[in-house]
Design a protein around this ligand. Structure first.
Ligand code: FES
Length: 409
């Protein structure tokens, strides 16, 4: 594999900013991962940014991804330079990846390569009209229809020198082209003298629905079984409660206990009956679960409100204008108290870049962050361009623990 380096400075843009659509998409992606694991979103985010940048990744874009995910630049550069799905230099409008692995080579990829060299030139060269560039890659997993190329997101298979030449002519002229086999195959059925697999249902997509339906039916059956079990458990609990509510009759072995408090004696009664004691922690956990869901719902509602307010602002609104539209700027200090700032990087989620930005706002100490309330959290989250993350990473709680001299949990 060739050494993969960033494009030379001469072609690197001086700045990069996420589009509003990517901003909104990013919030959803990061939410898929547990708090503190947002780095897991690095590949999808790089991929999305590459699409936004004309199918390649400028250095500033890679750095912006690193800052957004609170990752050191080097870790994101490692990912971008390792995977050949990321282009580190500008590519043509039609970026062609030609498979040169054995099955494709045996089926004629050399002829395809000759067309590319004749029409475009050397690998990675972009034609003067900006339309085409190409690269030889390893197997793209469509060997059954070899030889093949991938152009942007689509596969073109069963290529010959003639049909590939025509395909490039059509693309250059803006004519509609057919993806997949260029010899009329629907998938990878035999090209002639078809003796088997003649059931049209194999090719018309109808079996896709059948497959999906089977899973849906299975899910419905399982849900019904769960519901029946739940109903049965509820009925048993109700009948047990009813029995317990009936006053014991005189003459029965426990009649002497009728005047005693059933609540106070409940554990003893359960123990006498050989039942497991009720675990008070179980009730707390359920209530905690409920309140967590409420907090999550509030967070989602607030993020939606922030997004709708931001949508009313002009596209070129500054970070400060955006933040002012959704919250209240936290009070800052001119300089750290006593000339020494706290190490804000001890808060999980704050890296060197964000610490610098916070210092720029006059935030130098843990107790300043610990004092933030909703308006300040919204303001800072929007200013730093990662709405919701301060909550997800519990910056305020972490700051409170650190201000009290503890280690955040
Ligand atoms: S060898 Fe070319 S797609 Fe597999």
């Amino acid at each position: 594999m060739a050494v993969r380096r960033l494009a030379p400075d001469a072609v690197q843009p001086k700045s990069f900013a996420f589009t509003p659509q990517t901003e909104a998409w990013l919030v959803e992606q990061v939410r898929k991962y547990p708090v503190g694991r947002q780095a897991s979103a690095v590949i999808p985010l790089l991929w999305r940014v590459q699409k936004d940048c004309g199918n390649w990744l400028p250095q500033k874009a890679i750095e912006a991804v690193a800052e957004r995910l609170a990752m050191p630049y080097i870790r994101v550069f490692e990912v971008a330079t390792f995977y050949t799905m990321f282009n580190l230099e500008p590519v043509g409008k039609f970026y062609i990846q030609m498979c040169g692995t054995t099955p494709c080579q045996l089926r004629g990829s050399d002829a395809v390569k000759k067309v590319l060299e004749r029409r475009i030139g050397a690998p990675q060269h972009v034609t003067d009209d900006g339309l085409f560039s190409w690269l030889e890659v390893e197997c793209l997993g469509a060997c059954c229809n070899a030889p093949m190329v991938q152009i942007n997101d689509d596969y073109y298979e069963d290529l010959t020198e003639e049909n590939f030449d025509k395909l490039l002519d059509d693309l250059a002229a803006g004519r509609e082209v057919r993806t997949g086999s260029q010899q009329g195959r629907t998938s990878s059925e035999p090209t002639d003298n078809v003796q088997t697999l003649q059931d049209p249902g194999l090719y018309d997509g109808s079996r896709v629905g059948a497959w999906k339906k089977r899973f849906e039916e299975e899910a419905i059956r399982k849900a019904a079984e769960e519901k029946a079990k739940e109903d049965e458990a509820k009925a048993e609990a109700a009948s047990a409660a009813k029995e317990a509510a009936v006053e014991p009759k005189p003459g029965k072995p426990d009649s002497g206990r009728a005047t005693e408090s059933p609540v106070a004696d409940a554990p003893a009664q359960r123990a006498a009956a050989g039942e497991r004691p009720v675990d008070p922690g179980a009730r707390v956990t359920a209530s905690e679960e409920g309140s967590r869901k409420t907090v999550d719902a509030q967070a989602v509602a607030e993020e939606e409100e922030v997004a709708s307010r931001l949508a009313t602002l002009p596209k070129d609104a500054s970070a400060e204008d955006k933040a002012n539209a959704v919250g209240e700027r936290p009070a800052g200090l001119d300089a750290p108290r006593g000339g020494t700032a706290d190490d804000l990087k001890k808060i999980l989620g704050i890296g060197p870049a964000n610490e610098k930005k916070l210092n720029g706002l006059g935030i130098w100490h843990f107790d300043q962050i610990a004092a933030w309330e909703r308006p300040q959290i919204r303001w800072v989250g929007t200013y730093l361009a990662f709405p919701g993350r301060i909550d997800r990473e519990n910056w305020v709680e972490q700051a409170r623990a650190l201000a009290d001299g503890n280690t955040p949990s």
